[in-house]
Write a protein that binds this ligand. Structure first.
Ligand code: GLP
Length: 243
């Protein structure tokens, strides 16, 4: 696992964007695995800037997203489809027909089957990841068991509370979500995790501990042969990470 400590968020976003930039220029038809959450927003902005100012061309790129709330249509401003359009796809020259976010409404079984089919037929080059305060990846919540494939998760109370900031009230936060499975995430060729400064507990387990712990799913990053973890010096200092 390569741990990249950056002086601030701006540097982090540039360095993380470099990985995607290099991949897209080398393989214009690449399939990217994308994530929502506030952590990658600055990197998405930097990619949009490079697209408009530096000729970074997404016209043939495909993408598949990690997760989606069950019950929210793509037009809902807190759905992950809306987030991706708003934070990235509307600002780059990607063909939206080549972007996939699981469907939050309709028959759950049909939606899950479609989600699994898309993932299993995609060869994801770089998978972008954030991490939940409880160490979750996508919506793979801590527990005794982690799952290989896409499935429906019941969100932990801490996840509902963490994500409530985006909704009018905590009661509006969906209680279930579709998520890519841990196995599918691990099959991406490269993992690119952005760990924001409030992820102290998860960062300690990932960067200071040696356990692969299903009660902190992000620790499975350690098993991947080409995983990058980007964090700011502020977080590294807070947990006493010295590299
Ligand atoms: C949600 C998403 C995760 C994301 C996490 C952290 O729970 N399902 O994929 O990593 O939020 O979000 P943030 O980057 O806003 O801290």
């Amino acid at each position: 696992m390569k741990v990249i400590v950056c002086k601030d968020y701006e540097e982090l976003c540039k360095k993380a964007a470099d990985l995607i930039d290099n991949e897209v220029r080398a393989n214009p038809e690449t399939t990217l695995g994308l994530a929502t959450g506030s952590s990658p927003v600055g990197m998405y902005k930097e990619l949009a800037r490079r697209c408009s100012e530096e000729g970074l061309d997404f016209s043939k790129v495909h993408s598949v997203n990690l997760d989606e709330y069950v019950g929210l249509p793509g037009t809902h401003d807190q759905s992950y489809r809306y987030f991706m359009d708003d934070n990235l796809f509307n600002h780059i020259n990607i063909d939206k027909a080549n972007t996939y976010v699981a469907k939050g409404i309709g028959d759950p079984e049909t939606n899950l089957k479609e989600f699994n089919d898309v993932i299993d037929n995609s060869d994801v080059s770089i998978q972008v990841l954030g991490v939940g305060p409880d160490g979750h990846l996508a919506f793979n919540e801590p527990g005794d068991t982690l799952w290989d494939k896409a499935h429906m998760e019941t969100l932990d109370q801490s996840t509902i509370e963490a994500n409530a900031r985006f909704f009018a009230s905590i009661d509006d936060v969906p209680r279930t979500a579709f998520t890519m499975g841990m196995g599918q995430i691990m099959r991406a060729r490269t993992l690119l995790m952005i760990m924001s400064n409030n992820k102290e507990e998860a960062a300690k387990q990932l960067l200071l501990g040696d356990k692969l712990d299903p009660h902190c799913p992000c620790t499975f990053m350690k098993m991947h042969r080409d995983a990058y973890v980007f964090l700011e010096k502020e977080l590294a200092d807070k947990i006493g990470y010295v590299g």
